[in-house]
Design a protein around this ligand. Structure first.
Ligand SMILES: [Mn+2]
Length: 418
């Protein structure tokens, strides 16, 4: 039998950072999903919660959802779902108002439910649990009960937060899932696609089929489980957009003038890799490059790259573009050159060298202690506004200092032409 597995469709939302291009919506992705299910001849579509963004998207979602379910049903395809924290209230209503025999919601009100589907001469058992409320601070798998049937494939589906002990969104544990005798667990909630556990049962977060913001990086899509090919599902790309961070190191460029061209080349290569591995559905590769490495004049290169976020090329009908840039390049420095000198530049270079090697002089040790104490004090002053714990991690603090120092050195050198 063949099953299409998904979750976190969030119907009613659209992908961010796409300007005025209106086709990158979760509803359009659902329509592609329906077509794919029919093309691939799947027997059932399983949706593990957050099918709809939330209650306020009910009317927007009703038409496309019911049309898709009807199209699947007309092709003999069953749709089975559970609700998640986003659609705990609206999904049951939609399932009730969509008049289709082949659309099921399993485990209403947080009570586990079992259903057996006959597919040709095979039988599929699915156990499901619905989010009964916006928040559920306990592990729903602790109350798992299922009927015992003689079947060819047994799956279970639940929406929840895996191995996140203090989560208010159904904190399920790998340990509790592993103890249940099923072939696989289809989960929803985490939008990053991931198949865990090669051993039985597999645990799959199919991820959001349409990537919705730059935090949802890399390839997103749906998963196909074809029991003729094996019992483990595999991903099929379906998102119309792929967000990807990319680090580009420019140290290999001998001349600063070559850096812009080099960066362009790397961006294109990175975009092409996604195009090659994706489906015809891909329309945008949205890149967030971080430019690192050494050069001769970082300030000049920084100015050269100032408008890198305007980068956009079309390749095979796909737009490869830059969303946001971080430039973190530095000057090639010969520390020996400044040894023994007493001017400000030499002092800055010497301090940078100490930060790089970790061999601090007494004065630098004192400076670092001072810097840390003042940072803590300042952050406490503003603790009512934002948490700055991250910025007080010493590694990050050190990176920040080195960046500032590099910038100071570059500025002095550019001004004095040394
Ligand atoms: Mn979700």
């Amino acid at each position: 039998m063949k099953l299409l597995l998904s979750a976190d469709l969030h119907l009613g939302r659209q992908s961010s950072r796409v300007g005025d291009r209106t086709s990158h919506t979760t509803i359009a992705c659902w329509q592609r999903m329906v077509n794919l299910a029919i093309e691939r001849g799947v027997n059932a579509v399983l949706l593990a919660g957050d099918v709809v963004e939330q209650r306020n998207k009910r009317f927007e979602s009703y038409g496309p959802l019911s049309a898709g379910i009807a199209k699947l049903a007309a092709a003999g395809i069953t749709t089975v779902s559970v609700s998640g924290n986003h659609d705990f209230d609206v999904l049951p209503q939609l399932v009730d108002s969509i008049d289709q025999d082949l659309f099921f919601l399993l485990g209403r009100n947080g009570n586990w439910e079992t259903k057996v589907f006959t597919i040709g001469d095979e039988r599929l058992q699915v156990d499901g649990w619905c989010f009964p409320d916006k928040r559920v601070p306990v592990n729903p798998v602790a109350s798992y009960v299922a009927e015992d049937h003689e079947v060819d494939l047994h799956l279970a589906m639940v929406h929840g937060d895996l191995d996140a002990t203090n989560s208010r969104y159904a904190p399920i544990t790998t340990d509790s899932l592993s103890k249940i005798n099923v072939t696989g667990w289809l989960l929803g909630h985490i939008h990053k696609p991931e198949l865990k556990n090669a051993s039985q049962p597999w645990i799959l977060y199919p991820g959001s089929p349409q990537a919705m913001d730059p935090g949802e990086t890399e390839m997103h899509g749906v998963w196909l489980l074809d029991t003729d090919l094996g019992v483990e599902p595999r991903q099929i790309p379906l998102s119309s957009i792929c967000y990807s961070p990319v680090e580009i190191n420019v140290t290999a460029c001998d001349e600063d003038d070559a850096i812009s061209g080099f960066v362009e080349k790397k961006l294109k290569e990175h975009g092409l890799a996604f195009i090659e591995n994706s489906s015809a559905e891909l329309g945008i590769v949205s890149l967030r490059p971080t430019i690192i490495g050494d050069c001769q004049q970082p300030l000049t290169v920084g100015r050269d790259l100032e408008y890198l976020d305007e980068y956009q090329i079309d390749v095979a009908g796909v737009s490869i573009e830059v969303d946001k840039v971080v430039v973190n390049i530095r000057q090639e420095l010969s520390f020996e050159e400044f040894a023994g000198q007493k001017n400000g530049l030499a002092k800055a270079v010497q301090l940078l060298q100490e930060l790089e090697t970790g061999e601090y002089s007494t004065a630098t040790t004192r400076l670092m202690e001072n810097f840390r104490a003042r940072s803590v004090k300042l952050s406490n002053n503003y603790s009512s506004l934002i948490a700055v714990d991250d910025e007080l991690v010493s590694g990050q603090q050190l990176e920040q200092l080195k960046r500032k120092l590099t910038n100071i050195i570059s500025t002095i050198r550019e001004q004095s032409d040394v």
